[in-house]
Design a binder for this molecule. Structure first.
Ligand code: PMP
Length: 363
């Protein structure tokens, strides 16, 4: 038997977990995986109840924090390494180098471990302690560099490119390497289409490399056209301090302000975003994003990071603009555990002038 969700305005069937042998179907069945790599992707699509209730829409979050490396970037890491292998650029014992806010480094290192490669990860020292510790734990050759703007030759992206050139290693180049968005086109988009039965009115997410937004946009457009459905509306979610909102709205990459979120926001247009349909953009501040992070944790038991908070806030904006009865999908990029020392640290929040919820103060 199948019950309707208790949430008004939303329609996600709840399988009966008490029927004999019904647990797997009720909890996201998947076949046994031949290795860790095959366990990348296939993530749950979770109804966000309060956001759905507040808007009368069905707002769904793709639980990318459930990937083996704990983030959406496992998909890009696998796609980039498989493309380099297919092109004969990466061979057993080889080394892959990348500049990253951390999550791509985690994904690349785990995939490299599984496939017998070494990884060298260049990362700005401002990124969370949890990501740095985890990268060291899993065996990355980690090079922390001071945070510098992209125009500065000391920027982590340029440092990683030079390091790859000097050592003859493979440079992952996630910003401009289209294998990144291709992984999301084949994977993330197809999963979303199947999990919703092709009922997606809008998709929104933030951009670091743009691989997720671009790949999902390309994939959903193809699948909608194939099935004779209207193309879903694609909306960029952007933090303060990023130029992409202005780029989408008025073709102006002007930047102002800053954000405590990690892994998202850009002062240029990465290759992965080029030629991709983006219908609109919303800008989300840190306080609003954190409100979603704290509410989802407290009321729905979902632990998410700051970029996922921006995505959920943006999904609510998009749902309001569409009106009740629509389905809006977004990405839960990684987990709150990755930012315990920042987003869940009252001293850090106060220093940034952000509100501290009572329960966190008392924790
Ligand atoms: N959220 C987090 C936490 C990330 O680490 C990243 C990747 N830098 C993103 C979002 C953005 O993903 P993408 O690179 O596919 O745009």
């Amino acid at each position: 038997s199948t019950n309707r969700s208790a949430v008004s305005g939303s329609s996600v069937p709840r399988p009966d977990a008490n029927a004999a042998d019904a647990w797997p179907a009720a909890h996201g069945w998947r076949d046994a995986s031949p290795d860790m790599l095959a366990a990348i992707g296939g993530t749950p699509l979770i109804l966000l109840k309060r956001a759905s209730e507040a808007t009368g829409c069905t707002i769904l979050g793709k639980a990318e924090f459930m990937n083996p490396g704990g983030s959406v970037k496992d998909r890009a890491a696998l796609a980039i390494i498989e493309a380099a292998e297919a092109e004969g650029r990466l061979e057993p014992g080889g080394t892959i180098v990348e500049g990253t806010a951390g999550n791509t480094g985690i994904g690349l290192t785990l995939v490299a471990n599984a496939r017998g490669y070494r990884s060298v990860i260049v990362m700005p020292e401002t990124q969370s302690r949890e990501k740095i510790d985890f990268l060291r734990m899993i065996g990355a050759d980690l090079r922390l560099v001071p945070a510098k703007p992209f125009r500065d030759p000391g920027n982590y992206v340029h440092v990683s490119r030079r390091l790859a050139e000097e050592t003859g290693a493979v440079w992952a180049n996630q910003f401009d390497n289209l294998a990144n968005r291709e992984g999301h086109r084949r994977g993330t988009a197809t999963e979303i289409w199947q999990q919703t039965g092709g009922a997606v009115d809008a998709f929104t997410c933030s951009c670091g490399t743009g691989g997720t937004l671009a790949g999902v946009s390309l994939g959903l457009h193809e699948l909608a056209a194939r099935d004779g459905k209207p193309a879903p509306r694609i909306v960029l979610a952007d933090p303060h301090g990023s130029g992409l909102y202005g780029w989408v709205k008025s073709n102006d990459l002007g930047v102002s302000g800053s954000s405590i979120t990690e892994g998202i926001g850009q002062s240029r247009v990465p290759g992965n975003l080029e030629g991709v349909a983006i219908d609109d953009a919303v800008r989300i501040g840190d306080a609003e994003a954190l409100g979603q992070v704290f509410d989802l944790l407290q009321f729905e038991g979902l632990s998410i990071g700051g970029s996922a908070g921006i995505n959920v806030a943006a999904a609510i904006h998009v749902a309001r603009s569409l009106g009740p009865g629509h389905t809006v999908v977004t990405i839960l990029c990684d987990s709150g555990a990755r930012y315990q020392s920042k987003l869940f640290n009252p001293a850090f929040l106060r220093e940034k002038g952000l509100p501290v919820p009572d329960w966190l103060e008392a924790a």
